[in-house]
Write a protein that binds this ligand. Structure first.
Ligand code: CAA
Length: 247
């Protein structure tokens, strides 16, 4: 297979690590984008090395900041080469019932989970189109489809991710660049395990498979969407949610 360069945002979170590992297993060179205040690149590199993945590059930046993303992409290109695969995975939650949600909690989630797609995709998509090959994979959420009480901010941002995906897919379809979204259900990561145990249990009870997703079940889908075999798939929303919600 052709080795390609894959940049993953939010690479050092639970889902990000699995995405990096599955892309590395598929033979790609991984560029792990992380937030310098919240992530620990040394721990990440050790975890990846212990799993047998040594050939990776780490770049620090803030996906909610346009200039920071441009600098991060430039650094990634200088260290690893042109970006062929972009996985927009970075995301946060600031869960609150709407009546109690503050503007700062709304703004933070929209900026990190949605505006980040503009910021990160802008410096890579035109170059992918010029080269005639590219993969943009956006991590949305089941809650962007069904809506989740306590997550007006997150559900709005993740629904926006799907609209962005479909529109950009239409723009880039003739250029060899595919743009797809994955809508994971509840995955066994820190983000989900931070939900109060009794609330989380009530959510799991509503999942037909009665379990959380394993992070690699999402990472594997990214590897597929990044592959040549997925070349005819664009503008799609891939639901991976244990049967929790059907569109
Ligand atoms: N539907 C409607 N109303 C609900 C509700 C629900 N599912 N859950 C709670 N409420 C109501 C309560 O009855 C309560 O009403 P009153 O004030 O009238 O009594 C009110 O909302 C406040 O509820 P809580 O006491 O639970 O409030 P809280 O501040 O302790 O917690 C919360 C609010 C943080 C949003 C909590 O309910 C929660 O964690 N919910 C789960 C949110 C969730 O699913 N987050 C997903 C995070 S993981 C992720 O996002 C990844 C992904 O992509 C899936």
């Amino acid at each position: 297979m052709t080795q390609r360069v894959a940049l993953v945002t939010g690479a050092m979170g639970g889902l990000g690590i699995a995405i990096c590992q599955e892309l590395a297993k598929a033979g790609h060179k991984v560029v792990a984008s992380y937030h310098p205040e919240f992530d620990k690149p040394e721990e990440f590199k050790k975890l990846m090395a212990d799993a047998g993945f040594n050939d990776l590059v780490c770049v620090a930046g803030d996906v909610s900041n346009f200039d920071s993303c441009a600098a991060m992409v430039a650094e990634a290109e200088a260290k690893a080469g042109s970006i062929d695969i972009l996985v927009n995975n970075a995301g946060i939650t600031r869960d609150k019932m709407f009546g109690r949600m503050e503007l700062g909690q709304w703004d933070a989630v929209i900026a990190t989970n949605l505006t980040s797609l503009f910021n990160m995709t802008k410096p890579v998509s035109a170059k992918m189109a010029e080269r005639g090959w590219g993969r943009i994979i956006n991590i949305s959420s089941v809650n962007g489809l069904k809506g989740q009480a306590g997550q007006t901010n997150y559900s709005a941002a993740k629904a926006g991710v799907i609209g962005f995906t479909k529109a950009l897919a239409a723009e880039l379809a003739a250029k060899g660049v595919t743009v797809n979204a994955i809508t994971p259900g509840y995955v066994a990561t820190q983000m989900v395990l931070a939900i109060k145990p009794e609330v989380l249990q009530s959510i799991i009870d509503t999942v037909p498979m009665k379990r959380l997703a394993k992070p690699e079940e999402i990472g594997g889908a990214c590897a597929y969407l990044a592959s040549d075999l997925a070349g005819f798939m664009t503008g799609a929303t891939m639901n991976i949610n244990g049967g929790l919600y059907y569109q």
